[in-house]
Design a protein around this ligand. Structure first.
Ligand SMILES: CC(C)(COP(=O)(O)OP(=O)(O)OC[C@H]1O[C@@H](n2cnc3c(N)ncnc32)[C@H](O)[C@@H]1OP(=O)(O)O)[C@@H](O)C(=O)NCCC(=O)NCCS
Length: 354
């Protein structure tokens, strides 16, 4: 998965050496531009956490340790940029190494996160300059796509991101899931409970990724995304997260609000029998939890499994996409086998060039 990387990136992942400045100098009519460069292992990372605290609100010691570990990894991998004003860190942003499915095909995607500007430096162009440099880095590393969840849109629109989809959260009374509709007798398939579900953990990251990939490929899904294996294994290494794996499905959930709710992060299934088996595990918590919340979209089969129309979409978080390399993105995405087209396309990218 990493072999496509680094084609245009001459300086490699962030090492001990201080990286070259990506942006520096004077911006006409806008005062002194910050110096923007990759963070390196020589940099003090405490100001990065300080920026996050000031930008996103308080977090406890456990979350701070996890954030620091994440930051060390993105810095070591050259995926974290900082903007400096007179040597002081005033803004930072990073991206995750991810994949996204487009019509069932897996495309490398840079997932932008932790975009933070110090409160006293906001509204002066630092965010836009940082995002411009980050998009350049993402392009230099050969990603065809980049995506992010925007807290505000203008700064991302300015560098070519646009709203392209949403992550939905469904809500269902846990007791509704206790009585899933019986399987369609006319449909072939094994009865519930015989799909070979087993507990899964960090050591299963590669298998989980393969199973999820096969389901998205078969469904010709557009939009879902996944982390690289290292990040996935780290996310799975959490005693409060409960995971189950089937040959064609994966379930991950945790308690929320004490034990009053269950939050399902992923219930992906490639067959009706596996979908029933995964949701039955969730339903088994209905003696404790009143509500099940689940990250799943309007087309998720869970809406058809309950006897009553009890599944409601409670919340959705929009995401923005930027096509970084149009040629690679179009070549890499899937198309229906019957689709044939021959047309000249002229694209102009004012930020990243042809
Ligand atoms: C959002 C943030 C990164 C923007 O950085 P910034 O340096 O203030 O942005 P810039 O000065 O470069 O402004 C770029 C554009 O975004 C707009 N913008 C900046 N902050 C905005 C806000 N809070 N709400 C709406 N628009 C905003 C600017 O008006 C400007 O638009 P324009 O080009 O049409 O004039 C910064 O305000 C911040 O760190 N906020 C707190 C944390 C956060 O929300 N991070 C984003 C997570 S997705």
């Amino acid at each position: 998965m990493r072999s496509w990387r680094g084609s245009g990136d001459q300086s490699g992942p962030g090492g001990r050496r201080r990286g070259p400045a990506l942006v520096t100098g004077r911006q006409p009519g806008a005062g002194q531009r910050p110096e923007i460069r990759r963070l390196t292992q020589d940099d003090d990372l405490a100001p990065v956490l300080d920026l996050a605290r000031r930008s996103f609100g308080p977090f406890g010691a456990e979350a701070a340790a996890a954030r620091l570990a994440d930051t060390r990894e993105s810095v070591a991998d050259g995926r974290h940029l900082g903007a400096f004003d007179g040597g002081r860190l005033i803004a930072a942003a990073k991206y995750f190494d991810m994949v996204q499915w487009w019509h069932g095909r897996r495309l490398p995607m840079a997932g932008v996160a932790s975009v933070t500007v110090a409160p006293e430096a906001r509204g002066q162009g630092a965010g836009r300059a940082l995002m411009t440099a980050l998009a350049g880095q993402i392009a230099a590393r050969g990603y065809p796509l980049s995506a992010l969840y925007p807290a505000t849109a203008a700064v991302y629109r300015a560098v070519g991101y646009e709203l392209a989809g949403a992550q939905y959260q469904a809500s269902v009374p846990a007791r509704s899931l206790r009585s899933l509709l019986p399987p369609d007798v006319a449909a072939a398939g094994r009865p519930d409970g015989r799909v070979g579900l087993r507990r899964a953990g960090p050591a299963d990251a590669a298998e989980i990724s393969a199973v999820i990939g096969r389901v998205h490929e078969a469904a010709r899904d557009c939009g879902p995304a996944d982390f690289d294996l290292g990040t996935s294994a780290r996310l799975l290494d959490d005693e409060h997260l409960f995971c189950y794996l089937a040959p064609d499905g994966f379930l991950a959930y945790r308690w929320q609000g004490g034990n009053s709710e269950v939050l399902v992060y992923c219930a992906t299934a490639g067959s009706a029998a596996t979908a029933r088996a995964l949701w039955s595990v969730v339903a088994s918590h209905s003696s404790m939890a009143g509500t099940v919340r689940a990250f799943c979209g309007p087309a998720d089969p869970v809406s058809w499994l309950t006897r009553e129309p009890d599944v409601s979409l409670a919340r959705h978080e929009p995401w923005m996409l930027r096509v970084i390399d149009a040629r690679a993105a179009i070549a890499g995405r899937g198309f229906p086998p019957s689709a044939r087209a021959d047309m000249p396309v002229r694209l102009e990218d004012g930020l990243l060039g042809p």
